[in-house]
Design a protein around this ligand. Structure first.
Ligand code: UDP
Ligand code: MG
Length: 210
């Protein structure tokens, strides 16, 4: 497609017991993607595709009851807790936008960065992923990430940047390519590296979760 033209945007947001942060997140999304911002960024429409990964709290009710900009919120509810990668996969299966972003619900992935990612997409980048300037997690978690990515890169020859997670914006073609793979157990951030296309990171400081 012509990337200078108006483009639609899907936000895939997995949630598991996020009732505390969801009101803040919804308000922030409505602010960051206010109608005038959509116009200024040539976004034809935006959808918040929440995937409720078997929450046991009021997360689903809060989303269903949100009265912000009309027609934006879509809620998928999984029958139990399947884990973050599976929840993201479900969102990607339903996303129809020209561009699709993936972000966490707990505001560790600042929504305003999606606009910056979209600008890079307009320049021709197909996968714009967020790179943490410094991981704030503890040493044990960092070591876990390191070991996991080392294993993946040993097994697959894939070089996945250590300091990136799921937070990204992808072109429609990338999502279609990921969905066309036969994997049943899918790790979106790994498949995203696997499928190729033009990929680039943008740096950010990951805030602590809310
Ligand atoms: N999440 C999910 N299913 C789970 C665990 C987490 O959908 O089983 C969601 C969670 O609500 C959040 C995102 O996935 O939006 C990232 O989770 P978390 O903040 O716990 O991960 P971390 O920041 O530690 O990487
Ligand atoms: Mg988090």
């Amino acid at each position: 497609m012509d990337r200078a033209a108006a483009a639609s945007l899907d936000l895939v947001i997995p949630i598991y017991n996020e009732e505390r942060v969801l009101p803040v997140l919804l308000e922030r999304l409505d602010e960051v993607f206010a109608p005038e911002v959509l116009a200024a960024n040539r976004i034809s429409r935006v959808r918040y595709r929440f995937v409720d990964d078997g929450s046991r709290d009021h997360s689903a009710a809060i989303i269903a009851g949100h009265t912000g900009h009309p027609g934006r919120v879509v809620l998928y509810r999984l029958s139990r807790n399947f884990g973050h990668p599976n929840a993201v996969s479900v969102g990607l299966d339903h996303a129809t936008g020209d561009t699709v972003a993936v972000l966490d619900a707990d505001l560790q992935d600042p929504p305003e960065l999606v606009l910056e990612m979209l600008a890079r997409w307009r320049e021709g980048v197909d996968v714009v992923f967020a790179q943490r300037r410094k991981r704030k997690e503890g040493a044990v978690k960092r070591a876990g990430y390191w070991a996991f990515y080392r294993l993946v890169s040993l097994l697959s020859d894939l070089d996945i940047p250590l300091d990136s997670g799921d937070f990204c914006l992808m072109d429609r073609r990338v999502v279609d390519a990921m969905r066309s793979l036969p994997e049943r157990l899918r790790f979106p951030r790994i498949l995203r590296s696997w499928v190729g296309f033009e990929q680039a990171g943008i740096e950010y400081d990951r805030p602590p979760h809310r």
